[in-house]
Design a protein around this ligand. Structure first.
Ligand code: SAH
Length: 357
């Protein structure tokens, strides 16, 4: 029988699982406390559990996290953490690797997590797309990135090489979170649950390439911030630069979903828009974008393109970026420029890719 990885169980599942072993619900709370408050996964050390239950935990469960590989630090303090995933039951040959990125800023420290190894979408401006799709991450592998990053920050604090604690999480690493919906939801329940890590959902952002039919479900289930990678002002251009996701979810359906999401919450939705020189950054495209979204309560994050090997796209000049931003502001759409961190260590948006060496 396969052992259960404790990090795969959200609070409700933990309670069910513990009940299936004939134990009362409060045991689930105790285990969760060990895992997330005390950061201890070894059943032998869960000292407030009866010895017999600790033994049956050992027999039936594991608490496996991804293995930390190289950590690369950029000039701006961004740290890219390479992780090796434990091999799954199906032998796939090599152990898969993923990345997550820690981004320090003045008022926060954000972790960018991956939701899949590789990606099944084929957005032409994204390095992860060039890897192809390997597999969905388990909940344990998503939560694992958070735990590993927290440990790394705590160690830097101890060694006085850093002074920060994790404050925000963005699902903007490798993969499309809404195409790994079950693991996404489990991990969000652990992150935000009172019986879990207890993070405020307002400090978490889930970004999607536009899987319209899951958006509302996500918004109704979780008060997290939702970001939609719009990236183009018209169906044609969107189909050209984001072919696969556009073929499955047309722009009208996506905007309708965005409108609905806006109604379920007080916060506006965020649209992300990658600026590709000469392709999506023209003033007429800014005006087209205004028409497209002016009736949706939203804000826009402009992301100047981050280059990667093998890509012919270019980043626009700063004055083009500012001109694009001004057109949106003039139409009363709050618009911010996201100059990415971590460019020098290939840790910026759209640069995460692992070559199979
Ligand atoms: N699949 C999800 C999350 C990963 S991408 C999504 O598409 O939203 C996170 C953000 O980075 C998206 O807004 C995406 O449009 C943007 N992005 C991708 N490649 C980029 C690149 N090379 N330069 C700048 N931004 C990029």
């Amino acid at each position: 029988m396969d052992k259960t990885n404790l990090y795969d169980l959200d609070p409700a599942r933990m309670t069910e699982w513990v009940a299936s072993l004939g134990e009362p619900a409060y045991r689930a709370k105790q285990i969760i406390e060990w895992l997330y408050e005390k950061d201890i996964g070894d059943a032998d050390r869960m000292s407030n559990l009866p010895a017999e239950f600790r033994r049956s935990l050992k027999d039936r469960s594991t608490a496996v996290l991804p293995e930390v590989g190289e950590i690369v630090r950029g000039a701006d303090g961004t740290e890219k953490i390479l992780l090796r995933l434990a091999p799954t039951a199906k032998p796939s040959g090599k152990a898969l690797k993923i990345e997550c990125v820690l981004m320090p800023a003045e008022d926060r420290t954000t972790l960018c997590v991956s939701s899949q190894a590789g990606c099944a979408l084929d957005c032409v401006f994204c390095a992860t797309a060039t890897m192809g799709f390997k597999r969905n991450l388990t909940c344990a592998e998503i939560i694992g990135q958070v735990i590993v990053a927290k440990r790394h920050l705590a160690k830097s604090l101890e060694e006085e090489t850093g002074t920060r604690r994790l404050s925000n999480i963005v699902f903007m690493g490798m993969g499309e979170p809404l195409l790994n919906f079950d693991s996404l939801c489990r991990s969000l329940r652990i992150l935000t649950g009172k019986d879990g890590m207890g993070m405020s959902p307002s400090r978490i952002t889930v970004s999607t390439a536009g899987v319209a039919d899951r958006l509302l479900e996500l918004a109704e289930g979780f008060a997290v911030n939702i970001a939609i990678s719009l990236n183009a002002p018209s169906p044609d251009l969107r189909a050209r630069i984001m072919p696969r996701v556009s073929a499955r979810h047309d722009l009208d359906a996506l905007l309708e979903a965005a409108r609905q999401v806006g109604k379920t919450r007080r916060k506006p939705v965020t649209f992300e828009y990658v600026l590709l020189a000469g392709v999506t950054d023209r003033p007429e495209q800014a005006r087209e974008l205004v028409k497209l979204i002016s009736r949706i309560r939203c804000k826009v994050n402009l992301i100047p393109f981050n280059p990667f090997p093998g890509s012919d796209y270019r980043r626009p000049e700063p004055q083009e970026v500012l001109a694009f931003q001004k057109i949106l502001w003039d139409a009363d759409i709050p618009t911010y420029i996201r100059w990415s961190q971590g460019l020098d260590v290939r840790a910026a948006c759209g640069q995460l890719a692992i070559s199979s060496r």
